[in-house]
Design a protein around this ligand. Structure first.
Ligand SMILES: C[S@@+](CC[C@H](N)C(=O)[O-])C[C@H]1O[C@@H](n2cnc3c(N)ncnc32)[C@H](O)[C@@H]1O
Length: 276
């Protein structure tokens, strides 16, 4: 998985995690989706583009908000993630979502088409984030609003730092890779602001919210890692060594357990801007 280009890596990792992505340990995804849609508050009848929709938690919340006169386009590169959304669309009888396999960097929509473009925890996966968000701006109507979410600095700490140190120690990650992980590219709110500014947005707002909760135990932390983007890294470790590493890592987390469980910090930035 190391040798392949970033786009193919994203596709293979997210196709792999699709089956477990809606695991309750990862409920911060639907929590953030509800908050994102609540914040942007799309008017009934609007056209919304949900970029990097995954299993569609944001698209489903948006579809409810815009009502039957509105429409949500949900796009993603990973077909298995979209298959999960398709199942939900059928199960709930949702009629105002369209699903497309499409690259966030190259949208097959005409300019000035959408009232809103939204993206939860996807933008930092784009190799060129400025080019990506400029493409989103192209398909937004003048006066339309974009909103994305990104993890803050405290998200998943202190567990993530301990895991990365262990991976580095065992030779499964370099010090350089540790500091350039996609999920921390927008950890500073200033970076979110800058990105929107570079893409020409006005009325830029970045707010930070804690969306965390207690996991039942350390094994649920492993569920978070195993069913998310971290899976790509863990798959590179031979199974027997991975088992050992997991045991050692989960043991070192035991002192963090309280009577409420293991706190999962999900510090999240909600960044928004308006197209002039
Ligand atoms: C962490 S998941 C977030 C999914 C969803 N928005 C949510 O909040 O649950 C990131 C998603 O981005 C998608 N993705 C990454 N790069 C993409 C690109 N260039 N174009 C479209 N989707 C992309 C992945 O396939 C994956 O489904």
């Amino acid at each position: 998985m190391n040798e392949i280009d970033p786009r193919s890596r994203v596709i293979s990792v997210f196709n792999l995690v699709a089956a477990g992505y809606d695991d309750p340990a990862l409920r911060f995804f639907p929590f953030c989706a509800d908050r994102l849609v609540g914040r942007i508050n799309p008017a009934p009848g609007s056209r919304v583009l949900d970029v990097a929709t995954g299993t569609g938690v944001v698209a489903l919340a948006a579809a409810q908000a815009v009502g039957q006169q509105g429409r949500v386009m949900a796009i993603d590169l990973a077909e298995s993630m979209l298959d999960r959304l398709q199942e939900k669309v059928e199960k709930f009888g949702v009629r105002n979502i369209d699903l497309h396999v499409m690259d966030a960097n190259s949208l097959d929509f005409r300019r000035d088409y959408f009232d809103y473009v939204i993206c939860s925890f996807g933008i930092f996966l784009l190799p060129d984030m400025v080019a990506g968000i400029r493409e989103w701006a192209r398909v937004l109507k003048p006066g339309g609003r974009v909103m994305f979410t990104a993890f803050g600095k405290r998200a998943f700490q202190p567990m993530m730092e301990r895991l990365l140190t262990r991976l580095e120690h065992h030779g499964f990650m370099s010090a350089d890779e540790k500091t350039t992980m996609a999920s921390i590219r927008l950890a500073e709110p200033e970076r979110c602001r800058e990105l929107l500014f570079q893409a020409g947005f006005k009325e830029i707002e970045v707010t930070t919210e804690q969306v965390g909760y207690h996991l039942k135990d350390e094994s649920q932390w492993w569920d978070v890692l195993w069913n998310s983007g971290m899976r790509g890294r863990l798959e590179l470790i031979p199974p027997a060594e991975r088992e050992d590493l997991m045991t050692q890592h989960l043991t070192e987390l035991q002192p963090l357990m309280t009577e409420k469980g293991l706190w999962l910090d999900v510090e999240t930035h909600f960044a928004a801007g308006t197209k002039p």
